[in-house]
Design a protein around this ligand. Structure first.
Ligand code: GP9
Ligand code: MN
Length: 696
């Protein structure tokens, strides 16, 4: 203890001494005088990047953020510090080069942001062909006065250099220069700033950097320079991944499809041929919402009604990976599974996909997608083209105001309303159309409760007092919990679905149309909240004790299985027909394309899922982590444990067979995407080889 006190006192004394020295000897002034060029470089680069953030991202969180300034500062200090390795007279060229480079990053991003409301990516360079189409518009509407402010950095550097030269500055500095020492000291300062910056990061910040799709978030946390460097790495990575293992991948692919049973026609084949299709991508809609009510009011009355009147697939799962919404879209449209690393949408948007929009396009359909968010979110701008959509209506196509914004963007009501206006025009121009509308309001964190309208998730009871009078008692129940807020948000989104159907009907757009609704993935809510939902003790306003006879265990398996999402296929005239029922066979998002394809009359010969009506054996849902689910068993591959769902005995053999199937499905899907195995010339080549082998 005493030792510690002594050391502390010594440290304080030495600090005081050094501070005094700095003051007396005017060291700061000296430092500035000897490092003018370096400091000009650092300050202008940091100002440029901060200015860019301030112009682009209008939020208090951004204005107050210190982290990106630290990040930018550490990068430019290290780059600037390395300049000290050069002789003073050569340093100007070095600083000017980097200053132009950094300013160019800011300038390009500034222009890009005005046009696309997102930050630039080098992977977009291959899309410069499209700039020709919009070139004039870019010059007229996109380049602003503020973009030229970034040029001031290099200009100031040139002016400072001219002045220094006049004063014979470089000769004087040359004499004092100890290049190595200065480099080490400056780079060390940069490194310390970098460490301080890293300490501010949360696990979410880190994972978002790895995924690199939420560009605005990354710039807000890491600054523009780290964002851009990371973007280069993220754009190169898929190229590196696809360099090795092509032959093996192709063999696996060939073998897989050689063994695959051929699809047999069934009573659902072509039943919807020629019909128009509206797909509703239901953000975070889980199936469990559909069986819940509060104070007699259903959480999702509209979804429930559609399920009652249509084909309701009640045992349906969306095995998404880190690509969440985008993985759901991928599986739904291509019958492939999420990639093992990165996401197909962000890293492999240039691959060939046998996607529903493309296949229906070949059958004469006009295909489109609609989403009120930024087009670059999940790289949809590129990926929707690869999926074969003729047109992607995104944020800039909608009238988004402060009033109609909820969560990530335009609320589902306004979005659907404006989408129907667009659909009316489309339907006038095209005989057959297929369109997807992606909802947005019901997105985590479900915190804008005030905007969701009145939907109490408490328990209201009328009690009769001893004197015969009655009073209303309220128990808080799910009020104030994240799950409770999710119910409010889902109720709000469900209302929007109801209004959409009504409006489509009014406009006559439901006459020859099928509506397909799916929940894109679960809402990733805490298990503890479910415990409260199922074990609430209103007398004590807490959760029942585990020993209580009424206690219902909601264990990790139930939680996993409870992540199912709805799939509904509905049309105005389906109620009461043969089709109108609940389908309980276990089914996955990647089974939709073959199932829908069978009904609409198109097929993807390289689908990995199955037509649910063509299942002879048991269907199986494979999750990206290797877990799998059949009607009888849920298997957890990490724990190597299973949960039996029926009375049937589970055999070792069954587990082994399904484990092998799961791993080959994940492998072949990953290979198809990474090695672009569906590319025309490659599939033709595959067919020739297959034919030769069959003939032999
Ligand atoms: C964003 C929306 C949400 O446009 O699709 O994506 P998510 O966070 O659910 O993957
Ligand atoms: Mn989503």
């Amino acid at each position: 203890m005493k030792n510690l006190k002594n050391s502390w006192n010594r440290l304080i004394k030495s600090l005081q001494k050094n501070l005094k020295r700095v003051k007396e000897e005017h060291l700061i002034r000296e430092y500035i005088k000897n490092n003018i060029l370096f400091l000009t470089f650092v300050i202008t680069c940091v100002i440029n990047s901060t200015m860019l953030r301030f112009f682009c991202i209008n939020s208090t969180e951004n204005y107050l953020a210190i982290a990106p300034i630290l990040a930018d500062l550490s990068i430019v200090t290290i780059v600037g510090g390395l300049g000290y390795l050069l002789k003073p007279k050569n340093r100007f060229g070095y600083y000017l080069g980097f200053s132009i480079f950094f300013s160019a990053i800011c300038l390009i991003n500034s222009i890009y942001y005005t046009y696309y409301t997102s930050f630039a990516s080098v992977s977009m360079l291959s899309l410069t062909q499209y700039v020709g189409d919009v070139g004039d518009a870019v010059v007229e509407q996109v380049i602003n006065f503020k973009d030229f402010l970034y040029i001031l950095g290099p200009v100031i550097l040139v002016l400072v250099n001219t002045r220094l030269k006049k004063k014979n500055y470089y000769k004087k500095v040359e004499i004092k220069s100890d290049r190595k020492k200065r480099t080490i000291k400056t780079v060390a300062v940069g490194a310390v700033i970098a460490i301080i910056f890293i300490l501010t990061l949360t696990p979410t910040d880190m994972s978002r950097l790895v995924k690199q799709w939420n560009r605005e978030y990354i710039v807000m946390k890491y600054g523009i320079y780290i964002y851009q460097a990371n973007d280069v790495v993220a754009s190169i990575q898929p190229k590196i991944n696809s360099l090795f293992g092509y032959d093996q991948a192709k063999k696996l692919f060939k073998d897989y499809f050689k063994d695959k049973e051929e699809h047999q026609d069934n009573k659902y084949t072509n039943i919807f041929e020629g019909k128009n299709v509206i797909v509703i991508h239901g953000e975070s809609l889980q199936t469990n919402l559909m069986s819940l009510s509060f104070n007699g009011e259903e959480v999702t009355p509209n979804l429930n009604k559609l399920a009652e009147e249509g084909m309701f697939f009640s045992n349906f799962y969306s095995p998404v990976s880190v690509g969440t919404s985008s993985d759901a879209e991928l599986m739904f449209n291509t019958s492939l599974l999420p990639t093992k690393s990165g996401t197909a949408f962000v890293s492999y948007s240039d691959r060939t996909y046998n996607a529903t929009p493309k296949l229906l396009g070949e059958k004469g359909y006009y295909t489109f997608s609609m989403h009120g968010n930024n087009a670059d979110f999940w790289n949809r701008r590129n990926m929707h083209k690869s999926l074969g959509y003729d047109r992607f209506y995104s944020k800039t196509d909608y009238n988004v105001t402060e009033e109609n914004t909820v969560g990530l963007g335009i609320n589902d009501y306004a979005f659907f309303d404006q989408s129907v206006d667009k659909l009316k025009k489309i339907a006038k121009k095209h005989d057959k159309w297929y369109g997807m509308m992606m909802m947005l309001s019901n997105h985590t964190p479900f915190s804008e409760v005030d905007k969701y309208g009145d939907f109490p998730v408490d328990i209201k009871e009328t009690v009769t007092n001893e004197d015969g009078t009655t009073e209303e008692v309220t128990y808080p129940y799910m009020e104030g919990t994240k799950l409770g807020n999710y119910f409010k948000s889902a109720h709000y989104a469900d209302g929007a679905i109801g209004e959409l159907i009504e409006r489509l009907d009014e406009e006559g757009l439901l006459e020859n149309t099928i509506v397909v609704i799916y929940g894109d993935h679960d809402a990733r809510l805490p298990r503890a909240d479910y415990n409260r939902l199922y074990n609430y003790d209103k007398e004590t306003d807490s959760i029942l004790d585990k020993d209580d006879p009424n206690y219902k265990e909601y264990d990790s398996y139930q939680y996993e299985l409870g992540r199912k999402v709805p799939l509904i296929i509905w049309s105005k005239d389906m109620k009461g027909t043969d089709l109108n029922k609940e389908y309980t066979n276990v089914m996955s998002m990647y089974d939709v394309e073959p199932t829908l394809g069978n009904m609409l009359g198109y097929s993807n010969e390289y689908a990995l899922g199955h037509d649910i009506f063509d299942i002879k054996d048991q269907n199986i849902v494979v999750f990206p982590n290797g877990n799998w689910l059949t009607n009888d068993v849920y298997y957890n591959s990490q724990k190597e444990e299973y949960l039996s769902l029926t009375d049937k005995p589970v055999t070792e053999e069954e587990i082994k067979k399904n484990n092998e199937y799961a791993s080959s499905l994940l492998d072949v899907s990953n290979d198809i995407i990474i090695f672009d195995l569906l590319k025309k010339d490659q599939t033709d080549e595959n067919k020739v080889i297959e034919a030769q082998e069959k003939g032999a």
